[in-house]
Design a binder for this molecule. Sequence first.
Ligand code: F6P
Length: 367
Amino acid sequence: MAEIKRIVINTGGGDAPGLNAVIRSAVLAAVNRGWECYGIREGYNGLLEPQRYPDGGLVPLDADRVRGITHLGGTILGTTNRGNPLKYPVKDENGRFHEIDRTGELLAAFAHHQLDALIAIGGDGSLSIANTLSEHGLRVVGVPKTIDNDLDHTVVTFGFNTAVYFATECIDRLHSTADAHQRIMVVEVMGRYAGWIALHAGLASTADAILIPEIPYDINKVAEKVLERERRGRSFSIVVVAEGAKPVGGELTIIGKAVGQAERLGGVGHKVGAALEELTGKETRVVVLGHLLRGGKPTSYDRLLALRFGAAAVRALANDQSGIMVALDPPTVRYVPLALATKRMKTVPLDCDTMLTARDLGISFGD
Ligand code: F6P
């Protein structure tokens, strides 16, 4: 392959703690190889809509620009979940949004700016886009990011550990107030269609019931768990609900779906809380942790993972690899084809030892 002189980095989809650590690591690894480095603002918008940015849609990235950012949440490049170049939302003359494919324009912008390769940091959506760009001939390495941990072929994504750590801290705090008031506390956590955050945080914080998308719940079984605790003199209960949980025979709880965006989940915690209050007669409060799980600084685990991923992405490009994603395969990182990594969503296997542990401890899954 032709020698690399200039690479570009982007961050797409929902942010996750550790994005800045990947950027710093990739930039330093690239600069130390004598490559020039740029970042695209807000997904691909910096290339598709450069007029939006007074300082330009491309940000020059050097050692100075990435100093002191390893521990910071968010992303210095900005991100968006409304900038999929394959389904770009545009307003027509009637003010209605519809989706158009802007891949050709994007590839032309890469060529115009003489960008030799892309490091795409993102979740399933962003890495599917990266895969398409790679199929069109662009040199691309993906870095798996998401608090949801639902990307396949990597043991874990960065951001997940921070989300679980914070959710655990929050649920720990709810124990004492639930106990003081003899209440049910329902805690809704993010995770989209996978129950990883709910399972890990719920188990770590000794929740009494955990409702995950992988196991449709029967609310009567959850109420029975609460009442059974009551009979044993435990007059409070903690119920962790993944935003993608749904009742047996029922539907997901969806806030809405805008053109060019994924559907937004949320609200199932309130449904579960109302039903439990009704069925048990116990006062119930609902806490939605939502975006708190995405904000703030990454744990040391996520920082380290992000730094390893960023440098590994640059090493892959230096070794003429493309169309791949960096993946954690302890004790090392390895590379998997983007097409394979984005083929299916990684949900919680019902026979994994974390699930078995939760069951052995008597935690209810509402089944
Ligand atoms: O994928 C990460 C995630 O935080 C999901 O857990 C959640 O459903 C979604 O993003 C929320 O995204 P938004 O930024 O649109 O609120």
